[in-house]
Design a protein around this ligand. Sequence first.
Ligand code: MSP
Length: 648
Amino acid sequence: MDKKFYITTAIAYTSAKPHIGNTYEAILADSIARFKKKQGFDVFLQTGTDEHGQKIEEKAKAAGKTPTEFVDSVSAEIKRLWDLVGVSYDKFIRTTDLDHEKQVQKIFRKLYEQGDIYKGSYEGWYCTPCESFWTESQLVDGKCPDCGRPVKKAQEEAYFFKMAKYADRLLKYYEEHPEFILPVSRKNEMVNNFLKPGLQDLCVSRSSFKWGIPVDFDDKHVVYVWLDALTNYITGIGYDADGNSSDKFNKLWPADLHVIGKDIIRFHTIYWPIFLMALGVPLPKRVYGHGWLLQDGGKMSKSKGNVIYADDLVEFFGRDAVRYYVLTAMPQGADGLISWESVIEKVNADLANVLGNLVNRTVAMSNKYFGGKVEDKGVAEDVDNDLKAVAVSACAKCCKEMEDYCVSDALEEIFNLFRRANKYIDETAPWVLAKDESKADRLATVLYNLTESIIIGLSLLYPFMPETAEKGAANFGLSLRDFDSLDKFGVFSETKVKETPEILFQRLDQKAVMDKVNAMQAARAPKETSAEKKTEKKDKPMIDIEDFEKVQLKVAKVLACEKVEKSNKLLKLTLKLGDETRTVVSGIAKHYSPEDLIGKKLVIVANLKPARLCGIESQGMIVCAENTEGKIAFLSPEKDIEDGSEIF
Ligand code: MSP
């Protein structure tokens, strides 16, 4: 059996610090790599950064840096993030590495000399002030998408790759290798939308910008980005276009798996195999196009300061909680959502309640009843059978899910085992057994069964949450086990648990965490945005006193207040205005909890037409002040005055 496993991620653009969506891919590939290692494969994981192109050249200029300074800093930041989330890469390639650049030049020359690349001209829409070419579809209202000025049709000399020449061979490869594209649904899309209608030749050089690998026989041109980027998968492990590839290359290639996002499946399943065919290099075995992790509750945007980054998440929740969240957020190939609130909920529901609690309770009971010693006293009962069956079958189930990289389903199997073990505690009620001395051996067996089940679960959890798995096992004084011993129950003979176990996960207080998150985001929103917002508010036109008199403001007392279910922004307030009682729904839940408001007097707009919010009729609006950082304060009368009083 071929025991090597070469796995890669896409290489990330060094145009900006990657958000949690890009980081997800590195975590996913790392989990697969660690899982394969546990299955006995000799794994090599390559990741890295894609550093050339016009966009990066422009970003560097805007930052007042040279392109090299700019990509050096962003690439280092990406590496730091990958390290922070525990990506165990064997190689971190940069497309500015000299050996990569040299090979790309050789590859370009070879393809040119054998007639696959030819010189032609690239036609597009040109923006003179920006010195940029745009395709028809990139234009916004027929104008330059960057500066909004008119563009004109123009031609640029460029090299092209003859894609169509290889289309039939590629179709045949698809047919002979039905597992090549994952999820399989993507294969039909490639065939019907791109291969069947006929492939266009691909532009592989540009002369309108400089930040790229020069074509060595025509230095007006730089290699255009996909030929430079895709070849990282072979140059990173020692491919040589002159036929002197390294032993490492000969051992590792063809890649077993390229892990990439759904937006770049076409480049990896059409252009990449065709480049390889032209080079006479075997094709990769599988390309997995995962879905996208999207931000819940609105688009991530730098100007709102709400982009979710992996390092912030790690700071708030720890590395493994972040890994767990993103890995379970998206079933194979599908998109998933992330928000700060949903991470808190998942940490509480799965990590604290299910796993943390199970480990804690089990260790605590062993300490309490047996001074920390765990051993099987052989007093089995029928109720043990189901737990044992779930435990010894978990590994096979996980491996099955991982054949097609259904990572979230594999994790579900592991957590099913932890849930089953929690249920076993309820079924066996150790605290009841502990009251009867004659049941001491049965109690010991129960705790042994729990410990053994947990160790099996943690051993399987290792690839996904390595630190947690190791910390958890250490709490029991045990080591994680190899996968080939996980189908047996009763492997360890005895152990001593830690007197004070490390808490794996604690329940989080949603409001306390969100207060900190909001403060962090408010501080990050660029100052200009706040200033703009302020000007916007100031610029309201002058009004007459009659206009102001149309607004009826009244003092109201908060009788009751609660959160609106299914919303993290809204509070429902019951207000007293003299003899009248009203319901008002207000979007201040992120700033006040119900207890902060009950009993307080505040000001409302009393003659606003009612509106329905989350199905509740709101009969007025609470008057608040907001500062430039988005901090909110409701207005209150300066001294006590009856509710219902009018404000003029
Ligand atoms: N540089 C190219 C890839 C070249 S590979 C030879 C690129 N870079 S990227 O930085 O834009 O994206 C890196 C990876 O992150 C891609 O696989 C992309 O699909 C993926 N993702 C980008 N946004 C993402 C999410 N929101 N969620 C999940 N994956 C995301 O494309």
